[in-house]
Design a binder for this molecule. Structure first.
Ligand code: HEC
Ligand code: HEC
Length: 324
């Protein structure tokens, strides 16, 4: 693989030199679609992940330099219109997605070669590092809907209603049950951080889940979201994505420490302290205690137990990285 990569770089250099020479001789621009060179797929990347240890934040930070050009060193993305945010994502979810890219089960021409050079331990280290980073949020769309079933509501309110309560009549569970009131997700593999994520990316992921089609071999996590998303309309997907982009992704330092499973030796960055709100953010997440009116009535599958300090290494039930 080292060789393949060396050839890849040599090829790229030749391409650049050639392109410069070409550009000097004529004014014709380069073709837009330069061929993507992808590293060979590694069949067992997901299975190998189970053998890696819980990620090391300091090591992850060193490795994160390789991600910075696109995702930014803090994971918030150098251009929100092109790159999803990975700041605040939980350790296991990120490691699992990286393994899926590496094995080619999750198809993406940009991320596949990035993931291909990571060892399982690198993936978990990166996950631990990005879990300590604070996700930025955007602004939700508050334009008023002028027709259809949600006439008169602000666009983001459609998303807010679904996010908090779902739609019982149509068997759509509230997203909050699994992704938390602030979109921070839950410590554990299955419940990714979604608050503040760029809307285009959230919408596309929801469309993928709704379609029910995946190239992942073990579909049990995908299927959870397929069941959630299968009845959503296009309008609801866009409204959810807008609401979630504006959702304050501000778990307090203790929660973030738990998500990164820090042992107290590494400081978790805070901005403004617990309960602080962002600057340009419109949505204030509402804490709705379980069982209260309006609380989600859907039990998450494999419910996580953040309070009792779920131990991922022993909690194989909820850990896709340890399941075949
Ligand atoms: C050349 C640009 C680029 C680089 C470098 C890059 N990424 Fe990405 N990454 C992307 C793009 C684009 C996507 C969106 C893929 C898609 O559309 O599904 C993405 C998606 C991801 C996702 C999925 C996010 C989610 O919520 O599902 C993760 C995780 C990720 N990248 C982690 C990393 C890590 C860790 C590194 C460094 C080792 C890295 N990326 C380097 C461009 C990049
Ligand atoms: C029963 C638990 C559960 C509920 C309820 C739920 N989710 Fe999820 N969600 C998951 C799981 C599990 C995954 C990870 C799927 C995977 O690994 O493929 C996920 C993944 C996602 C992702 C992908 C995140 C990323 O970074 O790629 C988005 C977006 C998302 N959910 C949005 C929603 C929305 C919107 C709702 C409400 C309409 C919702 N979820 C309700 C469990 C849930």
């Amino acid at each position: 693989m080292r060789h393949a990569r060396a050839y890849g770089l040599a090829g790229l250099a030749a391409l650049v030199v050639g392109a410069v020479a070409f550009a000097q001789s004529t004014a014709v621009p380069l073709p837009e679609e330069t061929p993507v060179e992808s590293a060979p797929l590694e069949d067992n990347a997901v299975a190998e992940l189970a053998e890696a240890e819980w990620g090391d934040v300091t090591r992850g930070q060193t490795l994160a330099g390789a991600c910075a050009a696109c995702h930014g060193l803090d994971g918030n993305g150098t251009d929100r219109s092109i790159y999803p945010s990975i700041a605040g994502q939980n350790e296991q979810y990120m490691a699992h997605q990286l393994a899926l890219f590496k094995s080619g089960e999750r198809v993406n021409a940009i991320m596949q070669p990035e993931a291909a050079r990571l060892s399982p331990q690198d993936m978990r280290d990166l996950g631990a590092y990005f879990a300590t980073q604070e996700a930025q949020a955007g602004i939700a769309d508050d334009g008023v809907v002028d027709s259809g079933p949600y006439e008169g509501m602000a666009f983001y309110e459609i998303g807010q209603q679904l996010y908090r309560r779902g739609d019982t009549a149509r068997e759509i569970p509230g997203c909050m049950a699994c992704h938390g009131p602030t979109g921070a997700g839950m410590p554990g593999p299955s419940y990714p951080h979604v608050g503040g994520q760029v809307a285009w990316y959230t919408a596309r992921r929801l469309e993928e889940f709704r379609s029910g089609t995946t190239t992942e071999r073990d579909t049990h996590l995908f299927d959870v979201m397929h069941t959630v998303a299968e009845r959503l309309t296009d309008q609801e997907i866009q409204a959810l994505a807008s609401y979630m982009e504006g959702l304050h992704p501000r778990p307090d330092a203790a929660t973030r420490a738990q998500m990164a499973r820090l042992d107290g030796t590494v400081e978790v960055p805070t901005r403004g302290g617990p309960g602080a709100t962002g600057d340009a953010v419109e949505i204030e997440a509402e804490e709705i205690p379980a069982g209260a009116p309006g609380a989600p009535d859907v039990e998450p599958q494999d419910p996580p137990q953040p309070e009792t300090g779920t131990d991922a290494e022993t909690d194989t039930d909820t850990d896709p990285t340890t399941e075949p």
